[in-house]
Design a protein around this ligand. Structure first.
Ligand code: FAD
Ligand code: SF4
Length: 677
């Protein structure tokens, strides 16, 4: 991981790269100060190579997001160069290099004036694209090359040409999206002309000593995508055309296979890069679902890749590489692949951040410092809100005592971690445990603290006492077959074979997934993941692969339980993540879960759950009814403390139970610590 990578005309200081991420700052940061602070912090943290979020080479190639004209998102004239210069200067203060990613969205743009090789609307796009004329194509090739030249003027060490994830270049390569009958479509030789000419023209204009990285879609995972022999043939031609480094792209955005979400096991895609590495002689970069140094080391040591790229883990921790180098991997704030504050924000037109590190992309807003007025602070509850508050307040220089009623830190994260894929939360608890220890927070586990104990000796008391399950008003709710999600998820009560779940919010979906899975397979193996999602396990080794990495899916095994997931409204999955909701819905389908909306609950008795669905009465003959009907704040200590004249603050679930998640809990903890400072 720490051996340099010699590229001939320049050397990278180690084998870890920060991959491209659109952060939303491109649209809001008119001066480039925030973007420079963001990338500068990652360079300081030791990463050897950074790739910026995608920058469009022309107007049509942009995302179409409001504010794009702000200055960073498009580089089609020299006026934006000074803004970019701030970024390259910030990175070059350290032993780190930075590439500008040139990305043309093609039919994935949100704007109505979008273009593509053929006028075929993407299943995830709001508009149908206009077919590019030959003149448009030639112009766009020139725009890519000119954009690279401007990047060079702005001080970048190179460019990454975005040829994957289903964006314009991918759209030219695949018959799925390229149905032209002129020189740019039809045969493979015609379809690859567009990327090859971009690389050739770019190399001509930037000269020899400038990095050109190409992000090649090595497995499209969509019908009508490239075959493996085509991917290899293109890679070899790109190498000849002057590409310095080959980066791996996995799946188009419209693919219905999880590529980076928690449903994909760690290092799930390294085998694709390994197959490519045997075909070309330029360095090849692996990516997707790396989040801890051991995995990077393993893949590099095995010779399966020359470098590893991670994106989201650098939102979670800017110092990932420095901490690894110092042998302090246990202090890394690990990306848990939730997408909640990064991709979900971007797809909701919000600035990106990170659930476990709310400072990401807000470096200049939530700056750290030391207080001149240290206080005695008691924090009650060691869920994400309490852990975040206690660690931050101690870092500001306060004396902090953290009380936790149970015998471990983490609060509900210790429950959430039982859901398939969510055991990544163990990393968050490990991170905070180490951070609290290092910050000298006095932690009192197994201490259910009372208002009287908190009423003397503290300048501030912070209630981070979380939530309690809400119990709906249904006749028979006290029947022995009824339990809360906590009972079901902790194994406190046995769950039968026929189950009704009341409430289809995030916890309802999670409970269904938990009840369907075999506890022995909490960490799904990569082959099992491939079988489940229909990924061709021979991809990269045989000549088949006509279907771009997709294989026929076997019929799902008989579910271990019959589950009904019920809700009062009609729109299922409204509260699920923007970029991951489809995965949870697909899991329900695979598990044969019956989802019923517009349900009215009438009563519960030995026979089961009596419901009405749009006026039709029915009885669900189930053994167990699990209540996932929301939560209420656990703020029982508040009144008494206030009556005792104590300065009380509420954060996380104790403050507001509605729409609660760990993202808000950690953010509130961090903000309150800053406010007391
Ligand atoms: P909690 O985590 O509830 O912590 C409160 C703590 O206070 C507890 O440890 C409790 O023991 C302690 N306490 C209470 N009273 C006292 C007292 N008097 N003295 C001492 N200690 C006390 N969120 C996400 O963002 N993403 C997810 O994917 C996700 N999945 C989830 C899945 C499940 C199954 C569940 C149950 C939750 C999930 N959540 C998820 C929600 C997330 O876990 C909560 O939003 C978050 O834990 C709330 O944080 P908190 O610190 O406010 O409270
Ligand atoms: Fe990773 Fe979640 Fe942070 Fe995104 S929000 S960087 S997925 S931990």
């Amino acid at each position: 991981m720490f051996s340099p990578l010699d590229l001939g005309f320049t050397t990278l200081s180690n084998r870890v790269m920060m991959g491209s991420m659109h952060t939303g700052l491109e649209e809001v940061d008119k001066t480039g100060e925030r973007i420079a602070a963001f990338y500068g912090a990652r360079a300081k943290g030791g990463v050897s190579l950074i790739v910026t979020g995608g920058v469009s080479p022309n107007l049509e190639g942009g995302t179409g997001m409001p504010g794009e004209e702000a200055g960073f998102g498009r580089l089609d004239n020299d006026a934006a160069i000074p803004t970019h210069r701030k970024v390259t200067d910030a990175v070059h203060k350290y032993d780190s290099k930075i590439l500008l990613q040139i990305l043309h969205t093609g039919r994935y743009s949100f704007a109505p004036n979008l273009v593509a090789p053929s006028p075929i609307q993407a299943p995830i796009s709001p508009h149908k694209p206009r077919e590019m004329s030959e003149k448009d194509i030639e112009h766009t090739i020139a725009d890519f090359a000119n954009c690279a030249k401007r990047a060079q003027k702005a001080g970048y060490d190179g460019v990454e040409i975005m040829g994957s994830e289903g964006y314009l270049i991918n759209q030219f390569l695949a018959v799925r999206t390229n149905q032209r009958d002129d020189d740019w479509g039809g045969s493979f030789a015609n379809r690859i002309k567009f990327p090859l000419q971009i690389v050739e023209k770019t190399r001509q204009i930037v000269g020899k000593n400038f990095i050109i990285m190409f992000r090649l879609s090595m497995i499209d995972l969509v019908e009508g995508g490239s075959s493996w022999p085509e991917v290899v043939a293109l890679a070899k031609k790109l190498e000849k055309a002057g590409v310095t480094l080959l980066n791996t792209g996995i799946g188009w955005h419209e693919a219905r296979v999880p590529t980076i979400a928690q449903a994909a096991p760690r290092t799930a895609w390294a085998w694709v890069t390994k197959a490519m590495k045997q075909e070309v002689s330029i360095p090849v970069i692996a990516c997707n679902r790396f989040n801890m140094p051991e995995q990077i080391e393993d893949v590099l040591a095995a010779g399966d890749a020359d470098m590893v790229s991670m994106a989201r883990p650098f939102l979670a921790d800017a110092d990932f590489v420095a901490k690894s180098r110092q042998g302090n991997a246990e202090t890394i704030n690990t990306c848990i692949a939730c997408n909640q504050a990064c991709l979900d924000h971007i797809f909701s037109m919000k600035t990106c951040s990170c659930l476990v590190n709310p400072r990401a992309c807000h470096e200049t807003i939530y700056a750290m410092g030391k207080t001149s007025n240290p206080q005695n602070i008691a924090v009650v509850g060691a869920g994400p809100a309490g852990m975040s508050m206690a660690a931050e307040a101690a870092d500001w220089g306060h004396r902090v005592t953290l009380f936790e009623a149970s015998d471990r830190l983490g609060g509900q994260l210790n429950i959430a971690r039982n859901i398939p894929g969510k055991n990544e939360f163990d990393e968050t608890v490990r991170y905070f445990t180490n951070r609290l220890h290092r910050a000298n927070v006095e932690t009192k586990l197994g201490k259910f603290v009372s208002a009287d104990e908190l009423s003397k000796g503290y300048d501030h008391v912070v209630l981070a006492t979380g939530v309690l399950p809400r119990s709906p008003d249904i006749e028979g709710i006290d029947h022995p077959k009824v339990m809360t999600y906590l009972d079901a998820l902790t194994g406190a009560k046995p769950v039968g074979k026929r189950v009704a779940i009341i409430g289809a919010g995030g916890i309802g979906f999670d409970t269904a997934e938990f009840l369907l899975h075999d506890p022995a397979t909490q960490n799904m193996s990569i082959p099992a993941f491939q079988t489940k999602w229909g990924i061709d396990q021979n991809w990269g080794t045989d000549e088949a692969g006509e279907k771009a990495g997709l294989a026929a899916r076997p019929s799902p095994p008989m579910p271990s339980r019959q589950i009904y997931l019920l809700q009062r409204g009609d729109k299922f999955g409204r509260t699920l993540g923007k970029t991951t909701g489809w995965i949870h819905k697909a899991e329900m389908k695979l598990g044969g879960v019956k989802m019923l909306g517009n349900v009215t609950y009438e009563k519960i008795d030995a026979q089961g759950l009596y419901i009405r669905v749009e006026d039709a009465a029915q009885v669900l003959e189930v053994d167990t009814i699990v209540i996932c009907a929301g939560q209420v704040s656990n703020d029982a200590l508040r009144k008494k403390l206030e009556n005792n004249g104590v300065m009380v603050h509420l954060i996380g679930g104790a403050d507001e139970a509605g729409e609660l998640d760990a993202k808000r809990a950690i953010l509130q903890g961090m903000k309150l610590a800053g406010a007391i400072a």
